[in-house]
Design a protein around this ligand. Structure first.
Ligand code: ZN
Length: 453
């Protein structure tokens, strides 16, 4: 049995000192005692490690390739997407596995313990199905076996090129599924993760642009009780397209037709009216926020203050993986609200500071979105833990909530010293245990890709 002892820890009841945490051989938290004498492995600040609730791993390899002026007068999400489609056409299953391993390693080193992978790259270039329809899913699972990250794999259903049911466009051939093929893909994805003891599955209809209302109902019936994820209301042209097709804005349509509940995570939710914000928050659905990517793509600013006032749940994802940094995701959300409202400490309450509120919100929302027993340092949950360096100067003299505030607003990912995912001690002294080989494989992969691009 692994024994950890932390100078300070964030427990479900609040801050505690001299905390002993014992981990079972199966990777669960066995017991937690505050005020304990030092024993076992000593750490500074012990936090529950968050789930990263939204990622498209392969996009990490094109980070930095879309920042120049393109041929269009104005560079937008849609011109970025053209670059992304051109890029994904060159990826082999081996490439996807190597890139996913790098992404998962970087997530772990940033303090995440779980990768919720919104996985839509399924087929060969041109759209032919691999001998195993779950070939690409198996590559994501193989990366997780290598890095030790907790995995929730979300096979994605992507059927149409738009709300009017038009055929998939060029660049989308590798994504396309019929509902029947998607059901087989889900089974293959389940087989792919069968060897990972703490991994789980979820279902992801891509968006209202890519999935018909009938197929959406079909998806919701495939694995009752497992998480459902969908992109929603990210871009203004998407709002207009859905309104033209269905007579309602995307969130309105979802509220009227889908009747979502706490099983659902909606990614982005950037463009909502006040009424949509309040009503959707009250369903218990999680807002899957990706503040770095939303900034990178110029999406807009999430209606965060009203979502919080209505009791809405939220979590954090790294989406395009242009940069993988948990502290920066949290900081960017809060700062986006401050810039819009010209105010400070937007998420703070009378009881808890800004950093504490958004970190705990991300823990709870991430656990729900991942469908994983995690999100707190409490007996019975998976031992998803993150140890932060208290010796760093920005932490000097800090206690209670200011520990999290200093980590998020004044610190950086380098303060993350150790990470356990389901009890697997995969990051030590700030570095993943297999770092050198994962980076070596990634460099070779990028060199091969450059020859093909
Ligand atoms: Zn996404």
């Amino acid at each position: 049995m692994t024994v950890l002892w932390a100078e300070r820890a964030l427990l479900p009841g609040g801050w505690a000192e001299n905390v002993r945490v014992r981990l079972s051989a199966a990777g669960r938290i066995a017991d937690v005692i505050a005020g304990a004498a030092p024993e076992g492995e000593r750490v500074g600040l012990l936090l529950p490690a968050m789930a990263n609730l939204h990622s498209h791993a392969f996009q990490r390899a094109m980070a930095g390739l879309s920042e120049a002026k393109g041929p269009e007068p104005r560079d937008t999400f849609w011109t970025w997407r053209q670059i992304m489609y051109r890029f994904l056409d060159h990826l082999t299953p081996e490439d996807v596995e190597v890139i996913a391993a790098l992404v998962q390693m970087e997530m772990l080193e940033a303090g995440y313990a779980t990768n919720v992978e919104f996985h839509y790259l399924h087929h060969r270039p041109g759209g032919a199905v691999y001998d195993n329809i779950g070939e690409m899913s198996a590559r994501i699972a193989a990366a997780a076996a290598r890095t030790g990250i907790g995995l929730t794999l979300l096979p994605v259903h992507y059927q149409f090129g738009g709300c009017d049911g038009r055929a998939l466009g060029p660049g989308q051939a590798r994504l396309g599924t019929t509902p029947e093929a998607f059901a087989r893909l889900v089974e293959a994805a389940e087989a792919a993760i069968a060897g990972l003891p703490d991994a789980g599955i979820g279902i992801a209809p891509h968006s209202l642009r890519a999935v018909s209302p009938e197929a959406l109902a079909f998806c919701a019936g495939l694995r009752p009780g497992r998480p459902m994820h969908m992109h929603l209301a990210e871009q203004v042209p998407e709002i207009e397209e859905v309104r033209a097709a269905y007579g309602l804005r995307p969130v309105e349509w979802v509220l009227e037709t889908l009747r979502p509940d706490a099983r659902w995570t909606f990614i982005h939710l950037t463009h909502m009216t006040e009424d949509e914000t309040r009503r959707l928050a009250q369903t218990g659905a999680v807002a899957g926020l990706c503040p770095i990517t939303e900034s990178s793509l110029g999406d807009g600013i999430f209606n965060g203050t009203q979502w919080a006032e209505a009791g809405g749940r939220l979590g954090f994802g790294s989406d395009s993986n242009i940069r993988i940094s948990l502290t920066e995701e949290l900081r960017t959300l809060e700062y986006s609200q401050r810039l819009r409202d010209r105010a400070r400490a937007i998420y703070a309450t009378r009881a808890s500071s800004t950093g504490r509120v958004i970190y705990e919100a991300g823990l709870a929302g991430g656990a729900a979105a991942a469908g994983r027993e995690t999100g707190a340092i409490a007996p019975g949950l998976w031992a998803d833990l993150c140890a932060v360096d208290l010796a760093n100067p920005v932490m000097e003299g800090r206690a209670g909530d200011t520990l999290l505030d200093s980590l998020i607003f004044a610190g950086h990912d380098g303060l993350v010293r150790d990470v356990w995912a389901a009890g697997r001690h995969v990051v030590r002294d700030g570095q993943h245990m297999d770092r050198a080989r994962i980076i070596g494989d990634y460099r070779a992969c990028i060199r091969r890709l450059q020859e093909r691009l």
